[in-house]
Design a binder for this molecule. Structure first.
Ligand code: BGC
Length: 390
């Protein structure tokens, strides 16, 4: 049974949560306000400097029992802490301790992704009769916006408090032609922690020329705590009867295949590890799960339920709601034991997983997929809400 989150926080506070909160190295550091309920103004500290001297800041915010640290570099969620069923906090998001590691070798840990989440075939598409060639950075394809995507930009960050919400506005203007994309894209992302401890992301963008856009967030979740090992015993459900199969380069074939009778059937919650070693061609292509699920609800005016993740050992749960039509479930297949996380331990394959709400990969080349075209005068708006429980 899922307990009411506010009840848990109140109960934990009564049981003396201050001691429990020291559970991870970053737990104390992230608590900017000193209270477990939070709600204070976000706190800014210097995190590091890029090679050209540009300052990168870290912002700590806390509300409703959820604590997070966000970097101006890439809009990266460096840590996100939530309590388990006994009120013990852990950082449930994979990341690094230093800016140098993010710059040198991050597989998009915690980052904002743009202009286009996931792959575009050979980095090419045609819009209104004009052919565009994007930056190619994944074999012959363009991945997550190209070589210098939004994950590698320093965003302008502005804190806010609004009613019982606490948050950050992140702004980035991507110039016409950046990474091959047409149009100057003005992007504003709001990260909000609500009084219930939900983390809400609101994306907005406008353009001065017709373009394509597909923004998402690339947090790697491990609800048992980052550095605690594999997520294969986490249980996942995805509200999708179909997914988009891919070719060997992970580009969708254009088919919307039924999940029924395949390892891709997460309509009822099941452990991630249950079918991950099934010798299914699609699992082989992804070296695990690395696919877009076509959510049954499709594009919706308001965020609707997409997926639920649960760690049976800690009791922590994450529910995701979005108005996007797709969800990329990536089971951390390319983590290979070469990166050391914030907990001082090595990340290996399957030590974290991503649930990226999005339009479908390669939509600019797939006329049957929901459109990702944005035109002057229109405003791109999408919202994803992460709700935590235990
Ligand atoms: C993609 C993976 C890719 C990973 C990068 C995911 O969104 O689907 O194929 O390797 O991002 O870390």
């Amino acid at each position: 049974m899922e307990l009411n989150r506010r009840t848990v926080i109140a109960g934990a506070a009564a049981a003396g949560i201050a001691a429990a909160a020291a559970g991870t190295g970053t737990a104390q550091a992230a608590g900017g306000t000193g209270s477990t309920r939070g709600g204070g103004r976000p706190v800014k500290t210097l995190f590091g400097r890029l090679a050209d001297g540009t300052k990168v800041h870290s912002w700590s915010l806390e509300n409703g029992g959820t604590r997070m640290r966000v970097l101006s570099y890439g809009g990266i969620v460096q840590s996100l802490e939530v309590p388990d069923r006994r009120g013990r906090y852990a950082n449930v998001s994979l990341g690094f301790d230093t800016l140098e590691e993010y710059v040198a070798s991050s597989p998009y840990f915690g980052a904002l992704i743009g202009r286009y989440g996931n792959r575009i075939d050979k980095g090419r598409f045609t819009l209104d009769g004009t052919a565009y060639q994007l930056s190619v950075n994944d074999g012959e394809n363009s991945l997550h916006g190209g070589a210098q995507g939004f994950d590698k930009r320093v965003w302008d960050v502005e804190p806010f408090t609004r009613g019982s919400d606490v948050g950050l506005y992140l702004h980035h203007t991507s110039v016409d032609g950046e990474m091959g994309y047409p149009g100057t894209l003005r992007t504003k992302v709001a990260y909000t922690l609500t009084r219930d401890g939900d983390w809400r992301i609101d994306y907005e963008a406008t353009t001065d020329k017709a373009t394509v856009v597909n923004l998402t967030s690339h947090v790697y979740w491990n609800l048992a705590g980052e550095s605690s090992g594999s997520v294969h015993d986490h249980e996942l459900s995805i509200a999708a009867s179909r997914y988009t199969p891919v070719d060997s380069g992970l580009i969708p074939t254009g088919e919307l295949a039924k999940v029924a009778g395949t390892p891709f059937d997460f309509r009822r919650a099941k452990p991630i590890g249950r079918d991950i070693r099934t010798a299914h061609q699609q699992v082989l292509y992804g070296q695990g799960f690395d696919h877009n699920w076509a959510l049954d609800k499709g594009v919706t005016a308001r965020p609707e339920h997409a997926a639920t993740l649960r760690d049976p050992s800690s009791g922590r749960t994450l529910r995701i709601a979005t108005n996007e039509p797709g969800l990329q479930f990536y089971s951390g297949n390319f983590l290979d034991g070469t990166l050391v996380g914030t907990g001082g331990r090595v990340y290996r394959q399957g030590d974290g997983l991503c649930l990226e709400t999005q339009h479908f990969p390669d939509s600019p080349n797939q006329p049957s997929f929901p459109s990702t075209v944005l035109r002057p005068g229109e405003t791109y708006r999408t919202t994803t809400i992460h709700s935590f429980g235990s």
